[in-house]
Ligand binder design. Sequence first.
Ligand code: PMP
Length: 406
Amino acid sequence: EEKTDFSKIREDFHVLSQQVKGNPLVYLDNAASSQMPACVADRMDNYHRNEHANVHRGIHTLSQEATDAYELARKRVKEFINAEHEEEIVYTTGTTDGINLVAHSFGARFIEEGDEILISEIEHHANIVPWQIIAKQKGAKVVVVPVNDAGELIWEEYLDKLNEDTAIVAMGHVSNALGTVHPVKKMIEAAHEKDIPVLLDGAQAVPHSPVDVQELDVDFYAFSAHKMCGPTGFGILYGKKKYLEEMPPYRSGGDMIDKVSFEETTFNVIPHKFEAGTPPIVAGVGFAETIDYLNGIGMKNIAAYEQKLLKYGTEQLLSIDGLRIIGTAEEKASVLSFVFDDIHATDIGTILDQQGIAIRTGHHCAQPAMRRFNVPATARASISFYNNREDIDRLVEGIKKAKTIF
Ligand code: PMP
């Protein structure tokens, strides 16, 4: 049975009941990192206290049990994103790590001189820089699809830039800077018509709505545990078997091998071929629990609840004189990025912090997106399912107070 009383859900997050600077905390920095429910913290604590051993190597019971607890996350993730095979779930340290893996390993095998890598104008730096580096190594080129004034991908430009030289399309599913949800299903269809594989940066999508990798038919999908109420230092790269099997190892050492001699080394099967060394075991154990927790609420319920809250937040923010929302796409998730012409985002963030309200200010690791909208920075409030209307009301009050100061 799903837990759908969202007012009760807040009790699972003890961090939210504290005072900051003499005020009850309002946490609206979920796009940077979301909070962890007690059950996940407890699971990880118990692992540390009572269950720890290294994984994948031990004949002894503790090691075998630790391996089972760690590998449980792979089963849970497979179901959570509806992958066809468990070995398509590669453990990483986060979205950044997953995209680097694909850029370098897929790049080594499949990107050639003169090829193009297609990204959008509003990508996170994690989905820009790894491609620039591999492009430079290979003599390939990063090609950028622009967005319109609402922050939506310009469809004709996308179609126009897909061509026989495109080696891969690498796009955000949801923009962390603007909240835009890209039309990923039709983007993938259009790319596949030309036999071009697609990687999606799902860091801001998986926490906010159900994702089905088979339904999308996406080739690679990267995300981070810490943005979906799980631990830091852990993430997932989903990759279609047909690609992962062809791709060379990215990092090497223990665990990722089959046989090693000084003459020749053969590699382990997927996904282990991509998982060298002792992994963040406790984070994997915690992530399995995180997915159970999210399933207990239901991603559909989370999406519906957050969409209502996002709509409320948008209306309330727009009622503030002089406030401009950056990112007004038809389809959005979680993110409310805004500016004032006469108050710097940093000042807004500072005044809000004094009232116990946590938001993000800056370029959000998306400098080209800021440039597109001619702003140096934005203030960004990003919601999760444990936020409520009161949080939005406090935010609005806080901004109004900042306006009286500047
Ligand atoms: N892509 C997007 C869209 C993000 O929002 C983030 C985190 N801000 C990342 C990639 C990088 O995630 P991580 O830092 O967990 O690797």
